[in-house]
Design a protein around this ligand. Structure first.
Ligand SMILES: Cc1ncc(COP(=O)(O)O)c(C=O)c1O
Length: 337
């Protein structure tokens, strides 16, 4: 791995490099105009069910330990993969995990509030606090932090998705890993396609491209916010700050490619295209996506392929960012009988 990352505190958590494999059966099912398709298996990062947060958490936990903290506090939706992975990472680092979860998704599936990632949070022994409906999340947060400090803890806070400059370093390093894997195998030109939400993954990848300027383009599929332009602006700002921390030039304004049109009604609410994508990957490739992020991200990539948006010569690398436990929270969408 490039020495540029050596100056940052880092706690090893991930099984790296993750595999990069070709999806030939999926490509065959999409017709002759489909480019070569690859998948980067960051669902196989190894920690507590895998997923993209493991790479971010290497730097987040590294920083928390360097600051002498003994507790890590984070937040997210009830089915947050980030919260679940933070709990697992904290356990391996000897930190106490505190998860402040927001019941923000209007999904009424019977398992949503108790299975999937919520179940795993309990198995990891996290201290889970659910923000009561109608209460002010900022005030609730302050109360939790004050309580932890009063009890003698030294908490480290990382926001939803771990999408800070520190967390994004994990995906700058991932970019280098992917670019090197593609170069070793002579795969070019190429484009990374992935689900984008709190933005740290995309910001890190875009900043990482400044270390390998000939590497693949980065193409996010918005699965989170209804205002894609504002989200693009925020990701660009985070990418610039991450590049600054790395000591490389800021990316160009147009480097943050973010596709609109695949969130559906709202974050966390299933779409028929997501269900189709999850089933297609399971049935063609034996790969499990998730209902909130990678299912919608893959649905976006499939729609763009079908519209002829990508050149046939350009290999597409779908970055599988994990989230499989979420399938169990949304079982009604998939159960046949
Ligand atoms: C499975 C999965 N994929 C993608 C993302 C999006 O990553 P980011 O929040 O860095 O945009 C998340 C974030 O929670 C996730 O859990």
């Amino acid at each position: 791995m490039s020495g540029v990352f050596d100056k940052f505190a880092r706690f090893p958590l991930a099984h790296l490099p993750t595999p990069l494999t070709e999806m030939k059966p999926l490509r065959a099912s999409l017709g002759p105009a489909c480019p070569r398709l690859f998948i980067k298996r960051d669902d196989c990062t190894g920690l507590g069910g895998g997923g993209n947060k493991t790479r971010k958490l290497e730097f987040i936990i590294g920083e928390a330990l360097a600051q002498g903290c003994d507790t890590i506090v984070t937040t997210g939706a009830l089915q947050s993969n980030h919260a679940r992975q933070t709990a697992a990472a904290a356990n391996t680092a000897g930190l106490k995990p505190v998860l402040v979860l927001l019941d923000m998704v209007a999904y009424e599936g019977h398992a949503y509030r108790r299975s999937g990632n919520r179940l795993l949070d309990d198995i990891f022994g996290a201290d889970v606090r659910i923000i009561p409906q109608g209460s002010d999340p900022t005030a609730f947060f302050k109360q939790v932090m004050d309580e932890l400090k009063a009890s003698g803890c030294k908490p480290y806070f990382t926001p939803a998705g771990g999408s800070t400059v520190t967390g994004s370093l994990g995906y700058a390093a991932a970019y280098v890993e992917i670019a090197d894997q593609l170069a070793e195998r002579g795969i070019a030109p190429a484009r990374i396609v992935h689900a984008s939400s709190s933005g740290g993954t995309q910001a890190g990848l875009v900043a990482g491209r400044q270390l390998r300027p000939e590497g693949p383009l980065v193409h996010g599929i918005n699965v989170y916010r209804l205002d894609t332009d504002k989200m693009r602006e925020d990701i660009t700002a985070l990418a610039n700050d991450t590049a600054g921390r790395l000591g490389v030039a800021a990316p160009m304004p147009g480097d943050v490619l973010l596709e609109d049109g695949f969130v559906g009604e709202a974050y966390g609410i299933p779409t028929p295209e997501m269900v189709e994508a999850v089933e297609l990957l399971a049935r063609r490739e034996g790969i499990l996506l998730d209902p909130v992020y990678t299912g919608k991200g893959m649905a976006g990539m499939l729609a763009l392929i079908r519209r002829g948006a990508f050149a046939r010569e350009e290999a597409l690398v779908f970055l599988h960012t994990g989230g499989m436990p979420g399938l169990f929270a949304y079982e009604e969408e998939f159960k046949k009988g």
